[in-house]
Design a protein around this ligand. Structure first.
Ligand SMILES: Nc1ncnc2c1ncn2[C@@H]1O[C@H](COP(=O)(O)OP(=O)(O)OP(=O)(O)O)[C@@H](O)[C@H]1O
Length: 294
């Protein structure tokens, strides 16, 4: 179990994390969701034992993270926010050297993950795209099959296909009864992977709850294309919040369940429907109104 107990790490007012108390159980994916500077990296770094608490404690499997050192790192996989890898090595050389350092003899998982993520491990790291550097970091964090996964901004830079592969990989970790804690600004990434979520604002956890509850409040936009412009105009008179409308296309905003929208659309000749990525700002604003600065 991952456990935060009144944990504070302060770098000044509103900077750091303040009085965090929550737990992540085996088989659970937990998302720390918040804008830049809200404290996600600090929380993950505290679990890695990189920083001493100002107050309180955090523990993994009953061991205090500030004191446990290597014994916890062996069972933990960490994807840092800023991945710094040796530029002159190829992905394969780097990942194999990390496996050796960790005493991992079976490299099957390493190559399996690289294959799933479509990562060419024979590229020199210095020549890799930011997406491939991210994938290398993910493989590195997971190659020893850790029981605890701490992922900082895991979806950043990934193309839609790789994002969806990563979603599956995270869900497989859950199936294996592993614990995953991720820090991200990516509302959709959280929506697709997490059981529970903590929303952060200036180092404070302003919401802690099931993803289902958040989903009920989540605001989404859908781009809908109708067969003809007349249908578009007719649909715009239905009781939905229309954000934009042009020719055969319109964008509708829906809060909570999408079923009523789908039901209404069944009476129309729709040629395309696509969900527009939800921004964190909109989600925060819908849940907290003007109370947050996100
Ligand atoms: N070592 C440090 N010294 C001083 N201030 C720090 C330090 N580490 C973090 N902070 C500050 O603490 C706050 C939270 O930073 P943190 O990196 O945890 O946020 P974050 O949510 O991960 O954002 P981002 O994703 O942009 O890194 C920020 O205001 C940051 O400037």
């Amino acid at each position: 179990m991952i456990r935060f107990k009144n944990l504070t790490r302060s770098y000044g007012p509103g900077k750091g994390i303040f009085d965090f108390s929550f737990e992540v159980e085996e088989g659970e994916v937990f998302g720390l969701l918040g804008p830049s500077g809200s404290g996600k990296t600090t929380a993950l770094r505290m679990l890695m034992g990189f920083e001493e608490p100002t107050k309180g404690r955090c523990a993994m499997n009953g061991k205090d993270c500030a004191k446990a050192g290597l014994s916890l790192r062996r069972i933990t996989g960490y994807l840092p926010e800023n991945i710094r890898l040796p530029q002159e090595l190829t992905g394969r050389q780097f990942l194999k050297s990390m496996a050796q350092m960790r005493g991992v003899k079976n490299l099957e998982r390493l190559f399996e993950l690289a294959g799933e993520l479509n990562l060419d491990v024979d590229q020199r790291i210095g020549k890799m795209s930011s997406a491939d550097v991210k994938k290398t970091g993910i493989v590195c964090a997971m190659q020893h099959n850790p029981q605890i996964l701490l992922l900082d901004r895991p979806f950043e830079h990934l193309d839609p296909k790789s994002r969806s592969v990563l979603v599956d990989i995270i869900l497989e970790e859950k199936e294996r009864n592993h614990m995953v804690l991720l820090g991200t600004e990516d509302v959709n990434g959280v929506d697709m992977t997490c059981d529970r979520v903590g929303l952060l604002d200036h180092g404070n956890m302003v919401y802690l709850g099931d993803i289902e509850d958040l989903r009920d409040n989540m605001c989404r936009e859908y781009m809908i294309q109708f067969h003809d412009a007349r249908s578009t105009i007719k649909f715009s008179k239905e009781k939905f919040e229309i954000k934009t409308m042009k020719d055969r296309n319109l964008v509708v905003e829906v809060q909570g369940a999408v079923k009523p929208l789908l039901q209404a659309l069944s009476a129309y000749d729709v040629t395309e429907i696509e969900s527009v990525p939800t921004s964190l700002k909109e989600t925060f604003q819908h849940i907290y109104g003007g109370r947050l600065h996100a």
